[in-house]
Design a protein around this ligand. Structure first.
Ligand code: PHE
Length: 374
């Protein structure tokens, strides 16, 4: 056989084999093509190899060399397709495959607690009326919680049953009978069963003294502010207060108050009422009504309960009045020169009324399904 015929046959086989491998779409098709071209028994390369012996003797080395080259070329063409199919069947680690029909991952953003949101807004409203924000401690002494507020030590408001004294055993200097001890135990049990528990027992880092208590009102900050400032004083303070009340839909042993205080020359009840009306209109709506009922607080004279009504019945919001001259004297102000008004409103009530929350205990369960609504 002429060398050229042999070489032509070899080249044609290489082309055909390369095309057949490239056309294989899966491992089974590739294997069939491999057997067809380079199968050990009946592969077509084997058949062509038989022709080698018929090539003229002088041309045989050249024919053999070319035969080996073609064999190798066919094998590497096969190997290339083996690798291509293997990588296609691997999970697409690097391939970007986006399925636009898959629902997206919802990324839930955190938000401020509704009480915090209410406080921020109330501060903003009172800020527009010229009141600046001051803070006071939650652990208070008897002077700021009672005495300077014209509440003498034997006043019922100082009773250990009405307050969270930090040193319960000797609170108020009174010896406690069995009944009181039992009641204190009940209070402590209530406080610790709440989530988060209230700190009724003395924490090691707090000063050990029977005269310390968790403040029962933010009126303490009136005293702290007046001790530091000279009139005109125009402040608000928002924060937590603590009373051993049984938790129900409208009470909780820890709650929040907003305290307001204005002391200057010539301040009257009319200023108090117009300030509270402006406050209520901004906090609720323009058509909110406000009502004063006569009341008593040792630190104001006269004193009133403040009710507000907006689209439904009256809601008790807190207390207010003209700062008692004894309080002004306690901080070194001359009551002949200065007068003032003060108010203390419940923030939970404001928050609950605005959002239609029927039970304020919901605010402290920390259930994100509830909190996420605000
Ligand atoms: N401190 C009073 C209370 O907690 C509210 C109050 C504040 C009343 C200021 C008069 C003036 O009930």
């Amino acid at each position: 056989m002429a060398l050229s015929n042999f070489l032509t046959e070899l080249d044609a086989l290489l082309d055909e084999a390369t095309d057949a491998f490239a056309a294989a779409c899966d491992a089974a098709a590739l294997e069939a093509a491999r057997v067809q071209f380079v199968g050990a028994k009946s592969g077509r390369l084997k058949a062509v190899q038989k022709g080698l012996g018929k090539v003229d003797k002088a041309d045989r080395p050249a024919a053999g060399k070319r035969f080996n080259e073609v064999k190798q070329a066919i094998e590497s063409a096969h190997q290339a397709v083996v690798e291509r199919l293997a990588s296609a069947s691997r999970p697409a680690a690097t391939a970007r495959c986006v399925d636009p029909t898959v629902p997206g991952d919802c990324c839930r953003l955190g938000r401020l607690h509704p009480i915090t949101q209410t406080i921020e807004e109330l501060k903003e409203i009172m800020g527009r009326l010229g009141f600046s924000v001051v803070d006071g401690p939650e652990v208070e002494d008897q002077w700021h919680n009672f005495e300077a507020l014209n509440i003498p030590p034997d006043h019922p408001a100082c009773n250990p049953l009405e307050n969270f004294y930090l040193d319960q055993g000797s609170a108020g200097g009174e010896r406690q009978g069995d009944k009181e001890t039992r009641r204190q135990g009940e209070i402590a049990a209530t406080a610790s069963s709440l989530s988060p528990p209230l700190p009724v027992s003395l924490s090691p880092c707090l000063p050990v003294s029977p005269s310390f208590l968790l403040r029962s009102q933010t009126s303490t900050v009136q005293i702290r502010a007046m001790e530091r400032m000279r009139p005109p004083v125009r402040i608000i303070s928002c924060g937590r207060v603590y009373r051993p009340d049984t938790a129900d839909a409208t009470h909780y042993p820890m709650f929040h108050q907003i305290e307001g205080l204005l002391v200057d020359r010539g301040v009257t009840m009319a200023d108090l009422k117009s300030t509270l009306r402006l406050f209520a209109r901004s906090a609720f709506a323009d058509d909110v009504h406000i009502r004063f009922r006569p009341s008593f607080f040792p630190f104001t004279e006269p004193s009133v309960e403040v009710d507000m009504s907006w689209a439904d019945g009256w809601i008790e919001m807190g207390g207010a009045g003209m700062v008692d001259p004894n309080v002004l004297r306690a901080v070194g102000y001359d009551p002949e020169e200065f007068t003032g008004f003060a108010f203390g409103l419940g923030i939970e009530r404001i928050c609950a009324r605005r959002h239609g929350i029927a039970d304020i205990r919901e605010l402290f369960k920390n259930d994100v399904r509830f909190l996420h609504q605000f």
